[in-house]
Design a protein around this ligand. Structure first.
Ligand code: IMP
Length: 185
């Protein structure tokens, strides 16, 4: 299976390659992506895949959208995650949650993957990773909110757990497995 990922995010590409080692995934070579206007992860993932199909109509295209939902912020930043305090994701979230404890720090990562074939067949995979927001930033692996997200059942952040852990357990890894199952069905 050869596919182009409609994204500029090298971190997502690295993770998907590790989670789907038998798929050959490249980053789509495209200029400016259209703005993300969807109100759901699926709409945004589909929009990216459809844009990619316009650029490379003869390949399978993967569209991916993901985000972090924090209970104490009523599910924010959610689908707005990419636009949330660009480049300072973790610091801003920690500041917003300064006075929030207990259940308010519960959170989850969500990932939606859409694959479109050259003749328009559509497959999907969804993945969720439950956890909580740490008191302070820690670790150097991953990207975005990883230094402040502690998965359920773990005592370290995703950034401390590292890329191998992510390739097996992350929301993106789970979505990738679901997509593979849909593909092999
Ligand atoms: P997207 O590129 O529009 O899907 O934006 C995803 C945003 O959600 C990223 O910029 C991060 O803020 C956040 N996010 C999604 N997945 C992850 C992850 O695996 N680690 C850290 N942050 C993530």
């Amino acid at each position: 299976m050869r596919a182009s990922l409609a994204s500029k995010n090298e971190g997502k590409l690295r993770e998907l390659r590790r989670s789907l080692p038998d798929w050959e995934i490249e980053l789509l070579e495209a200029g400016d992506y259209p703005p993300e206007t969807g109100t759901t992860y699926y709409e945004n993932a589909f929009g990216k895949a459809e844009f990619g199909r316009g650029v490379e109509p003869r390949r399978w295209i993967l569209g991916e959208d993901s985000g972090l939902e924090v209970d104490g912020l009523d599910g924010r930043p959610g689908v707005e995650s990419a636009r949330f305090a660009r480049g300072e994701h973790a610091a801003r979230l920690l500041a917003e949650l300064d006075a929030v404890g207990g259940d308010g720090r519960r959170a989850r990562y969500v990932c939606e993957l859409v694959a479109l074939s050259p003749d328009g067949e559509e497959l999907r995979g969804t993945g969720v990773l439950e956890g909580r927001i740490a008191g302070a930033s820690s670790g150097t692996g991953g990207f975005g909110f990883d230094p402040i997200f502690i998965p359920e059942g773990e005592s370290r952040t995703v950034a401390e757990l590292g890329d191998e852990w992510k390739a097996e357990n992350s929301h993106r890894a789970r979505a990738a497995r679901a997509l593979r199952e849909a593909f092999n069905r």
